[in-house]
Design a protein around this ligand. Structure first.
Ligand code: UT7
Length: 403
C-alpha cells in the first residue's frame, strides 16, 4: 500500500444481507416463559432472523460486502483492505475477513477482524477512515456481521429474546470532493467489561466438557446495568463525534443507532432532546444483530428514501467492553446506486471449507422451527443441511509431522 494522504473519506457503497429464517416472539413463547407483550413493550422487538445451516458469519458478510462493492460502482479487486467487525467469527483463526476475501474473489486486499462487539462496525469504520485518510488504502470494505444465534442460550429468557443474525457493509473511498466523514469518536470503558460477556472458549477459560456443560459458550448479560450505561455512553459519544465534526446535533438529518432496544434508542433521543422522527429504527424486524445492526439499518434507511445527498448522518453504537463509537458524516453518494446490487445474492459467494468434515451448525433448540418452516413451504429441510460445503482437501502433509 502506497502512502498518499488524502483530504476526504467518503462512504461510497453500502449493502446488507439478512437470512430468510424468521424467529418470532410467538415462536419464543413456545420455548421459554415469555410473551409477545413483554418482549415488545421492553424491547420493541417482534422478530429476528436466524442463519440457515449452510450460512455462517463469513458467508453473510460476503454477500453484504459484494452488495456494497457493487453499489460503490467497484469490483472486488478495487478493495485494498477488508475489515470485519464481529463477535461471532467462523473460527478463532483464520479471521473471518480472510474467508470473506476469498469468498468475494478479491486477490489483493489485506484482511482483518475487529473485536469490539456491537461497536465492531463503528470501530471498523474508524480504522478504515485512518487507512484511507493516511493514503495507505484507497477503497476499504467495512463489514459488520454476526451469527449470534449460535452463541445464544435458547433456555435463557433474559437474552434469547434479544438477538438475531445478519450482515451489513459499507465501502469507504478516498476523494477530494467536499463532504464525507466529518468526525469520529471511539471509546472503551472496562468498568463494564463483564456486563455482556462470553465466558468460555478463550485463553482464560479454555473450552472443556465442564465449560460446555455450564453453558459458558453462550452470551451472558446484566441487562439493567447494560441499559443504564448504554444510554449514558451513547449520548456522550454521539456529542463528542459531533463536536469533532464541528456541527450541532440540530444539523443532523438522520441518526442511525445500534438497534439494541427501542427503549434505549428512545431514551437516547430524549436525553439529547432529538426528535425520534429523525432516528432510524428497524429493531422490530431484526432484534439486536450486534456489529451488523448499524450497517443493516443504514441500508434499509437508504432503500426507504430516508437519506439524500448532502444529508448529515450520525451512526452511534455501544457494546461489550464496554465499547462505544459514533461517526458523523455528510452523505455524498447517489442513494439510487443500490440498484447496482439488485442481482447479488447468497449464490454468488462460496466460503472455502476447512479440511474437517462438515457439521450442521444450526442451533439444535431451533431445529423444530426450521423443520416447520420447510414443511409449510413444501421444502425438504435436509436439503438445507446438504448445502453445507463439503470438506476441502486434508491438512498439508507437513502439519502432521512431529516437531
Ligand atoms: O448490544 C448490547 C446488548 N445488550 C443490551 O442492549 C441489553 C440492554 N438491556 C435491556 O435491553 C433490558 O435490560 C432487557 C430487555 C434485557 C430487560 O428489560 P428490563 O426492563 O431491564 O427487565 P429486568 O431485567 O429488570 O426484568 C424485569 C422482570 C424480571 O422479573 P421480576 O424479577 O421482576 O419478577 C425478569 O425476570 O422481567 C422478567 N423477565 C422476563 N419476563 C418475560 C426477564 N426476561 C423476561 C422475558 N419474558 N423474556
Amino acid at each position: 500500500m502506497k502512502s498518499r494522504p488524502t483530504s476526504g473519506v467518503h462512504l461510497t457503497g453500502w449493502g446488507a444481507y439478512a437470512p430468510s429464517q424468521v424467529l418470532t416472539n410467538a415462536d419464543l413463547e413456545r420455548m421459554v416463559d415469555t410473551n409477545d407483550e413483554w418482549i415488545v413493550s421492553r424491547t420493541g422487538i417482534r422478530e429476528r432472523r436466524i442463519a440457515g445451516p449452510g450460512e455462517t458469519t463469513a458467508s453473510m458478510a460476503a454477500v453484504a460486502g459484494l452488495r456494497a462493492i457493487a453499489t460503490a460502482g467497484l469490483g472486488p479487486d478495487d478493495i485494498d483492505l477488508i475489515i470485519v467487525g464481529t463477535l461471532t467469527p467462523d473460527y478463532q483463526m483464520p479471521s473471518t475477513a480472510a474467508l470473506v476475501k476469498d469468498a468475494i474473489g478479491n486477490k489483493r486486499a489485506a484482511a482483518m477482524d475487529v473485536a469490539a462487539a456491537c461497536s465492531g462496525f463503528v470501530y471498523g469504520y474508524a480504522t478504515a477512515q485512518a487507512y484511507v485518510a493516511s493514503g495507505m488504502a484507497r477503497h476499504v470494505l467495512v463489514i459488520g456481521a454476526e451469527t449470534l444465534s449460535r452463541y445464544t442460550d435458547f433456555s435463557d429468557r433474559t437474552t434469547c429474546i434479544l438477538f438475531g443474525d445478519g450482515a451489513g457493509a459499507v465501502v469507504l473511498s478516498a476523494s477530494d470532493e467536499p463532504g464525507g466523514t466529518l468526525g469520529i469518536e471511539i471509546r472503551t470503558e472496562p468498568s463494564g467489561a463483564y456486563f455482556i460477556w462470553l465466558p468460555g472458549g478463550g485463553s482464560s477459560r479454555p473450552p472443556t466438557a465442564s465449560t460446555i456443560a455450564a453453558g459458558e459458550h453462550f452470551m451472558k448479560m446484566k441487562g439493567a446495568e447494560t441499559f443504564k450505561m448504554a444510554v449514558r455512553t451513547l449520548g456522550s459519544t454521539a456529542l463528542a463525534s459531533l463536536s469533532r465534526a464541528g456541527i450541532e446535533l440540530a444539523d443532523v438529518d438522520l441518526v442511525v443507532p445500534h438497534q439494541a432496544n427501542i427503549r434505549i434508542i428512545e431514551a437516547l433521543a430524549r436525553s439529547l432532546d432529538f426528535p425520534m422522527a429523525r432516528v432510524f429504527v428497524n429493531v422490530e424486524c431484526y432484534g439486536n444483530t450486534s456489529a451488523a445492526s448499524v450497517p443493516m439499518a443504514l441500508s434499509e434507511a437508504v432503500a426507504a428514501g430516508r437519506v439524500k445527498k448532502g444529508d448529515r448522518l450520525l451512526f452511534v453504537a455501544f457494546g461489550s467492553g464496554l465499547t462505544s463509537g459514533a461517526i458523523t458524516l455528510e452523505w455524498t453518494a447517489d442513494p439510487a446506486a443500490f440498484s447496482r446490487a439488485a442481482d447479488i445474492g447468497p449464490e454468488d459467494v462460496t466460503v472455502m471449507p476447512g479440511y474437517l468434515g462438515p457439521v450442521n451448525p444450526f442451533p439444535p433448540a431451533l431445529e423444530w422451527l426450521r423443520r416447520d418452516a420447510a414443511a409449510s413451504s413444501g421444502r425438504n429441510p435436509d436439503l438445507d443441511v446438504r448445502d453445507i460445503k463439503p470438506a476441502a482437501k486434508g491438512p498439508p502433509a507437513a502439519a502432521s509431522r512431529p516437531g
